[in-house]
Write a protein of this length. Sequence first.
Length: 495
Amino acid sequence: MSFLSSIQYQYLKRYTSLVNTNRVHAIECQQKALSSLLNAAKNTAFGKEHSFNTINNYDDFKSHVPLRSYDDFKPYIKRILSREANILWQGLPAYFGKSSGTSGEPKLLPVTNEFLHSTQYAALYLLRNLSQQLNNTSFMGSKVLTFVDQQRLEKINGFLYGAISTIKMYNKPAWTKYFSLPNDSIKSIQDPLEKIKHIIQNAQGNDIRMIVALPVYLSYFLQQFEAITNKKFKDAFPNFKAVFLSGMNYEPYENLLCNHLGDAVLLMENYSATEGNFAYQVLPHTKGMELICNQGIFYEFVALENMHQQNPERLSLKDVQPAKPYNIIVSANNGLWAYVMNDIVEFVSTQPYRLVVKGRLNDIFSPFGEHMLPIQAEQAMAETCNQTHQTLIDFCIVPDFNYSSFRYKCYAAFEHATDNVFQFEKTLHYQLSKHNSYYDDLATTGAITHPELIQVSHDFFITFHANKPNIIHAQQKATHLISDKTIIEKLQVLK
């Protein structure tokens, strides 16, 4: 272990107690989190309206604080933007995080100093956990390649606002710049293709051991790296160890990532959003992210089957069950209370509490009544690629309304096109049935037949996602299930 790695290992050891307490005493941590949040906000306008000073337990909280969407919070946020203090949280927020809304209208969410402090712990817990398992920090001690769309923070009524990643970047300790690549001047390049060229140049000659990225952007970067340097990333950086992935399920891209980064690479997920950093992967090569229960967030859950009800049953962490989909609800030290995330999660374990993200409520795909979750299609595609020995670049599935019976069209870009299209289609059909019982019922009765595979070029999805040739952004998430007829028509034109 190098001197620098040794220092980092000792530094991370200070978080051992917090990591273990979070893991072993999650329920107690959640009780303390709720009590602390209520006490901190009891004298705010929201706290007074909802009688925070009379809430003594979770049942009281549910009866006093109803579930709310972003639209329900707009009147409070409008008051804060008018610089009225003590509305949702003490004082005024430090920033506003800009998040994309489902209707296309961006959301502005408060970002308090307490919230910013809390968000640091997801990375610290992940790093401490990994160093504990490996008994070293060989994956640290050198450069970290971080893919972020650096944006300028804008001003609104005296508040700075922008992407939460940009806000976090502005608030990082100065010493972290020593370990971070690319440099600030490259991060600020607006043309994504030009930015990637400069990142590749900037990376040369450095000892890079970690990457932080979205899977879809990383897959594109790795292809461009090989095209420009005539080397795979693993050959240029033999000490490379780990990738920390967020924003979307990486399984469809796993073969490509391992092909370029090496089979021994550690692929580690984390669950983060503008609303908070919620969970991190504990065990390499094992699905399931551990919920962070002792850092300023109180969680509730509503069973997916009950979300259509006017007042659905709300559950605290102690009442969730494994292998059951829930809509996650958060109250946090950014001033959000019983905020409906519309993220669908499922626990793979409740001792300790580890979950996977199944997708967003609005992303449920049901053109033929199959209620397909994004993760089900992604897992089916990943397993199909494994069985047919294909390396996937990207894909999307759409309904084929013009066929004589129900079926999907699957647009897929592979590193090397398959010659056995029919075998791929049959395998994908089987895997979709395996992962979704409604699809299986349709397949069993013959109502839905095997998908049609449409192979497309390497650059097809770059063009599709960004509406411009050869451009994709570092924080741009891919949509794998599409039922919007306007978008489907664009796919057909691009092909």
